[in-house]
Design a binder for this molecule. Structure first.
Ligand code: ACO
Length: 212
């Protein structure tokens, strides 16, 4: 049987968001790597966007207007249950991150009591993730809560959400509780992330006061 002379060795998205770099390795000698650019944006609409610092500066975060359409498609990235989302939305404030009036992120602030507020939901549109918008929204949530005289902000995430746990601790949150089997008991289907079952809710807190 004839074998192809080249095999695709690696493909990766290009920074300008207009295609993929495909590296073909010749099967006769692995030295002659051939790099070609192939426009794929028509078939791969969900490419990630690499934002530069100017674009990041143009991100505006504001409270969602009363009666405006709720960006459920984003909220569902953080919480797979629309019923659960609707339960906390009633008593919460919704904030959106916009880039030139396109909504690219959302977070939800829920007052737990007079001193503590919870970020019930935080999400960034998939193609805009890993550009620092999550960090911006966490900082905005802290400042908003401080302005409203809360002195503690809490957030919960699954045991399998390693990136999120990293991000929250990097932003000054510390683990204070674990709600054992929260996701097993409250969600109809098992949830897996990167092969790890999401069973427990890890609760993190950050003290907020005038200085930080
Ligand atoms: N994997 C690994 N590290 C991550 C990840 C990830 N998925 N997400 C964030 N990080 C870490 C990285 O260290 C990252 O810095 P780096 O890219 O320089 O390495 C750092 O956090 C900062 O990330 P940001 O770019 O500010 O975060 P982003 O804009 O992607 O927003 C968020 C983070 C909100 C978690 C986003 O990835 C997302 O929407 N995920 C899907 C929904 C979700 O899981 N939401 C949180 C659920 S918990 C809750 O809602 C209360």
């Amino acid at each position: 049987m004839l074998e192809p002379a080249f095999s695709i060795f690696y493909s990766s998205q290009t920074g300008d968001n207009h295609g993929f770099v495909l590296i073909f390795i010749c099967r006769f000698c692995a030295d002659c790597a051939l790099i070609t650019l192939k426009p794929l944006n028509s078939v791969t609409p969900n490419l990630s966007v690499n934002m530069n610092s100017e674009q990041i500066k143009n991100i505006k975060i504001r409270k969602l207007d009363k009666g405006a359409e709720i960006p459920y498609h984003l909220l569902l990235l953080a919480d797979p249950s629309e019923n659960a989302i609707n339960r906390y939305l009633n008593n919460s404030e919704i904030y959106i991150a916009e880039l030139k009036s396109k909504i690219v992120g959302v977070y939800v602030l829920y007052p737990v009591n007079d001193t503590t507020v919870e970020i019930k939901n935080i999400a960034v549109e998939e193609s805009y993730q890993r550009n620092g918008i999550g960090k911006l929204m966490l900082a905005h949530a802290a400042q908003t809560s401080r302005n409203k005289n809360f002195n503690r902000i809490i957030i919960g995430t699954g045991n399998s959400s390693i990136g999120q746990l990293y991000l929250y601790q990097q932003q000054g949150f510390e683990i204070f509780d674990i709600k054992k089997n929260f996701f097993v008991d409250n969600y109809p289907d098992p949830i897996f992330e990167d092969g790890i079952q999401c069973k427990h809710m890890i609760m993190l807190e950050r003290k907020i006061n005038a200085s930080g």
